[in-house]
Design a protein around this ligand. Structure first.
Ligand code: GLC
Length: 659
């Protein structure tokens, strides 16, 4: 059962698609106070699941989280905000229920941080809608919630292939080389990503004619090899006379305004930019239609970036800072002044105060950005999704975004934002997956190998062994870091085998994805969701159930060649060195130490289950559904969802066959 409680005058976030009547009962489970907080008193063993893209474990107890979409590439354990805001939680324990705090601005979730036994949720203002969901168990609560927020985005089949990305691919020749090197090393590949360098001076919907003289031909040649090009689109529009997107946006008032009514200026990659007002339906439509500049060149996928929106600095803050620095440096700088100086410089980027300085036009009403901040990225992806549904209605387009709010899951996927080549970021990504799935985000994954910092071969191998299970499987790295294309490593053969195994698993992963999207279910679940009576399962936060058949327990520690795994039931341990070199062993319920060499993939098939398993191929187009074999317990069947992987999927799609 879902109950809706309305407080004040909430901004319509459009996260929810079902119209529910507001309840006049007293809010259950939470106490409210005159500061607008919602307080829940924990029982000792209560677990809190959810919050989507956030730091720390699967159980969110013991930290303070702040929903405020934030460009935070250096996140450690002490971060409070990341790129997305997903305000849905499930409290599981003495009382089990779900709660969604539908609020477009900043909202704090103090989950046992100030007081271990208490959760206090505090929005910036008291204008929000709270949904309380009760049900039979966690999975039932998730299903009801997902029904409320609408069906998850379904990408094209090719988007399940392996993708290679790097910020710094400079020109057409480099892209061709990347494709060729993958082929030469026998590494399957379905997509190459174009980062900001393909554009002319980082201007959206332009192509640098010197570096990429014929993008259409490049896209065509790549497609002939089974590879799709996926360009990036950034939120900020460069201020430059003669640039059509800038000039049209100014002319038609499609950019966010400052308090004086002028177009607001921030600085991002292109230098000074205006931000399209994605909350204004006309501006959304206008920007969305611009994607056709690239689809007309044969592009079928996009990643939307910098859409928190990230702001490196604003002019007035930079001016103030420079003036203060001048004053500080003209005097004899003491240690306190030194720290003030470094703090001021660091505080320019993503400064919260800057988000108070611009406005959206919502049906003629000027709305301060910070009150609706968390909706910006979602509406950027929406603008592309809605426009492309009209421009090319016959097919699915790949979309994923950096920033998001619940509701964005209907328009595209998300990647988990900038991470680092750190071992801890493998685990962090894995721990976000169930929470993201709860919030509707099924098409997701991390920058495999790590975006910032230098990767190493062993880190990459372990990351691949985890990421090959995530729907979005993309190797991405930052400018200036060590190159991490798989063909650069010593044992590239082993990396190629791991990627090939992904391709053998795609029929299964795609089938589970579609079933989860169509039935409002999760792909990745904490163990306790399927084994609610098992006290041990509740504590496991480095293993996940995948679909209805698998359990994964990846390695995320340097120089670990094995790990402890908890089996909540008897399972089949599967070891793969390649798609053909497979051994299996039945392991009883309980704790096991499992050896996992660097060049071997290990996962588990649940008792009396089997999965479809294909042949190693070079790209998704070569996957043959007619040659699938079953891998798992003998005499078990699998319900396979399959379709053309290309046409939009109707809600009642029933392309299921028994295998
Ligand atoms: C941002 C993105 C990253 C991209 C870079 C350059 O940091 O998150 O993925 O490579 O910008 O465009």
């Amino acid at each position: 059962m879902i109950k809706k409680y309305v407080y004040g005058t909430p901004f319509p976030t459009e996260a929810v698609v079902k119209d529910i009547e507001a309840s006049d009962d007293k809010l259950s489970f939470f106490e409210t106070d005159d500061k607008g907080s919602f307080t829940y008193t924990f029982a000792e063993d209560d677990i809190v699941y959810g919050l989507g893209e956030q730091i720390r474990g699967i159980n969110k107890r013991g930290w303070q989280y702040v929903s405020w979409n934030y460009d935070n590439p250096n996140h450690h354990e002490d971060a409070r905000s990341l790129y997305g805001s997903h305000n849905f939680i499930i409290i599981s324990g003495k009382q089990t229920f779900g709660a969604f705090f539908d609020y477009a601005g900043e909202i704090e979730f103090d989950i046992g941080y100030t007081k271990r036994s208490e959760m206090k949720i505090t929005p910036k203002t008291s204008d929000l809608i709270v949904y309380i969901i009760t049900g039979d168990n966690e999975k039932d609560i998730v299903k009801q919630f997902r029904g409320l927020i609408g069906r998850s985005y379904i990408p094209p089949f090719w988007a399940f292939g392996y993708g290679q990305s790097r910020w710094g691919y400079k020109n057409e020749q480099e892209i061709r080389d990347v494709a060729q090197q993958h082929k030469a090393a026998g590494i399957p590949l379905d997509s190459i990503y174009l980062d900001i360098d393909y554009m002319e001076r980082y201007k959206d919907f332009t192509v640098d004619s010197e570096l990429f003289p014929n993008l259409e031909k490049l896209a065509e040649d790549m497609k002939a090899q089974g590879i799709y090009l996926v360009p990036i689109i950034d939120a900020g529009v460069k201020i430059e006379d003669g640039y059509d997107v800038y000039e049209e946006g100014v002319r038609d008032n499609y950019f966010c305004k400052n308090a004086e009514g002028d177009d607001f200026v921030g600085a991002v990659w292109p230098g000074k930019v205006h931000f399209p007002d994605f909350l204004n339906p006309e501006a959304r439509k206008w920007f969305g239609n611009k994607y056709s500049v690239l689809t007309s060149l044969g592009i079928e996928g996009f990643w939307n970036d910098m859409n928190e929106p990230a702001i490196f600095y604003t002019e007035d803050r930079l001016k103030d800072t420079c003036a203060k620095i001048e004053k500080l440096t003209s005097e004899n700088m003491g240690i306190n002044e030194f720290f003030e100086f470094t703090g001021m410089v660091a505080g320019l980027n993503g400064n919260k105060g800057d988000y108070d300085k611009f406005y959206h036009n919502v049906n003629g009403r000027m709305v301060k950005h910070s009150d609706v901040h968390n909706l910006y990225g979602m509406n950027m992806t929406r603008s592309a999704f809605e426009a492309l549904r009209e421009i090319c209605p016959e097919k699915r387009t790949l979309f994923f975004s950096r920033s998001s709010y619940i509701g964005a899951h209907r328009y595209g996927g998300i990647w988990q934002g900038d991470n680092k080549s750190w071992w801890s970021h493998i685990l962090q990504s894995m721990q976000q997956l169930p929470a993201l799935n709860m919030a509707g985000f099924l098409f997701t994954g991390s920058d495999t190998g790590g975006f910032g910092c230098d990767t190493t071969e062993d880190l990459m191998m372990r990351w691949l062994q985890y990421s090959l299970f995530t729907p979005l499987f993309r190797n991405h790295s930052a400018l200036g870091t060590r190159g991490q294309e798989l063909y650069r490593f010593g044992n590239k053969g082993a990396a190629a085998e791991i990627v090939k195994i992904r391709y053998c698993l795609i029929p299964y992963l795609y089938s589970e994805y579609l079933k989860a999207a169509l039935n409002d279910e999760m792909i990745f679940k904490p163990l306790a969701f399927d084994f609610p009576e098992d006290e041990m399962a509740k504590q496991v936060d480095d293993q996940l159930l995948l679909g209805n058949e698998l359990m994964i327990a990846p390695i995320y520690k340097q120089n670990a060649f094995g790990r402890y795994v908890y089996l909540p039931e008897e399972m089949l341990l599967v070891r793969m060195k390649s798609c053909e070199n497979i051994t299996t062993e039945v392991l009883p319920k309980g704790h096991h130490y499992v050896d996992i060499p660097l060049d071997e993939l290990v996962f588990f098939i649940r008792k009396n289950k089997a999965i479809p398993f294909g042949k190693a191929v070079e790209h998704t187009a070569a996957i043959d559904k007619n040659t699938l074999r079953l891998l798992g317990y003998p005499d078990c069947l699998y319900e396979l969802y399959s379709d053309d992987g290309y046409s939009p999927v109707p809600d009642n799609s029933l392309n299921i066959s028994m295998l």
